[in-house]
Design a protein around this ligand. Structure first.
Ligand code: AMP
Length: 399
């Protein structure tokens, strides 16, 4: 029986894929198609330590997936469709309908379509990916893994916004949360590292990448998270504002005459680190801050302070905390951000070890001081492996 899974992750104009062993996480090949639908797309296929890159015109998602399969044919490894246990799909928004991964069928496609209003940027691409993969791999089980699923365990008082009942009942307005696949992976890995049963482990997990969020995880289950109805709420991100006063929308509209679309666009694409410092890449912000740039210094401080506030809030939400866990590109690599975010928290029992924090490693590891009552961990996330693992579980469970 094969454990091979092809994982597909479609964005608004990109496809990322990985062929891997769902049981061990070992990847055979990985790749991406960027700028689908534009004049020229970049296809990158990486296998056996070699990157094969080419520019070609890719019209749509079907063309993108066919181009990827073509790259497998030319550069290997061969994908024999009988030798695939599943195709695993990342689907961004499952609303409150999916707490688990599910096998894709026509009913599921209709349901994901119904959820498009909740994720107008992401779900249409995910839906198209599901349809195309069903056409190209008709005999292979397809499994949808939802970014929101992990957070379906949040208690009502954590996911409910203080808005009129009709908004919540008719328009599904509530906190959903995202990055769930990453939280599932990282929480399990953190419990292993702490040598505690996951059921008895309380964590504040900080997923700090281009998108960024925090989660309070009790016993392997999400009890709160910083992203909300959409992935705009919460921490400062590369180009997204995170938390702000909701009255800013009306204020901008009245002051500047901006439409809702223009305001949304500014908050999603022109805010965050980009808005504060003119750069959305955290490395650049850090380098400019080190060189004394004022805007970059403010951007860094706002970012770190927001993270610290959430650590405090979620510590209070959990009552007892075993570890603060950093993941995502920034969380995994930026020692200076980890130090700034946790600065002054020793009275809460959170103490970093400077040398461990600054040591470079790609392994999951402790960066707290020996006497720290709360551990601080860095755990590299692996969303593709988690999708493959969950896809395998569903397929095996269905057999
Ligand atoms: P991700 O979305 O998880 O790939 O994370 C992307 C973010 O991680 C970008 O803002 C990068 O600048 C940041 N990042 C990656 N490597 C480093 C590093 N060595 N130091 C600081 N930030 C980094």
């Amino acid at each position: 029986m094969t454990d091979r899974v092809l994982v597909l992750n479609l964005g608004s104009s990109s496809l990322k894929y990985r062929l891997l062993d769902g049981a061990t996480g070992v990847a055979e090949a990985t790749g991406s198609v960027e700028r689908i639908g534009e004049d020229s797309a970049t296809l990158m296929h990486s296998v056996g330590g070699h990157d094969h890159t080419e520019e070609r015109h890719v019209t749509d998602f079907e063309d993108a997936l066919r181009s990827a399969l073509d790259a497998f044919d030319r550069h290997g490894p061969a994908i024999d469709r009988d030798d695939l246990a599943a195709v695993g799909h990342r689907v961004v928004h499952g609303g409150d309908l999916f707490a688990e991964p599910v096998v894709v069928d026509d009913h599921l496609l209709d349901t994901v379509e119904d959820l498009v209003p909740l994720a107008p940027l992401h779900n249409p691409a995910n839906l198209e990916g599901l349809r195309v993969a069903l056409r190209l791999f008709p005999d292979v089980p397809q499994v949808a893994v939802f970014d929101t699923a992990f957070h379906q365990t949040m208690p009502e008082h954590a996911y409910t916004y203080a808005v009129p009942v009709a908004w919540r009942e008719k328009h599904r307005i509530r906190r959903y949360g995202f990055h769930g696949t990453s939280y599932a992976f990282v929480s399990r890995r953190a419990a292993e590292l702490l040598d505690r049963p996951v059921e008895d482990t309380n964590l504040v997990v900080l997923h700090l990448g281009n998108g960024a969020s925090a989660a309070a995880v009790r016993g392997g289950r999400s009890v709160d998270t910083s992203m909300g109805l959409t992935p705009l709420e919460g921490l400062v991100m590369g180009t997204r504002s995170g938390d702000l006063d909701p009255a800013i929308h009306g204020h901008l509209h009245r002051e500047l005459g901006w439409s809702l679309e223009e305001i949304d666009r500014a908050l999603y694409r022109e805010s965050g680190l980009l808005g504060l410092a003119g750069a959305n890449d955290f490395r650049e912000v850090t380098q400019r801050r080190a060189a004394g740039d004022e805007a970059a210094t403010l951007a860094f401080d706002v970012y770190a302070y927001r993270v610290r506030k959430y650590v405090g809030a979620y510590y209070a939400a959990l009552g007892e905390l075993h570890a603060v866990v950093f993941t995502g590109g920034v969380g995994q690599h930026s020692a200076v951000l980890r130090a700034a975010a946790l600065d002054g928290l020793s009275r809460l029992g959170i103490v970093l070890d400077a040398e461990r924090n600054e040591a470079r490693s790609s392994d999951a590891r402790f960066v707290s001081a020996d006497g720290s009552a709360v551990a601080v961990l860095v755990v590299p996330t692996d969303e593709e492996w988690e999708i493959a693992r969950q896809a395998l579980e569903v397929v095996r469970g269905a057999q």
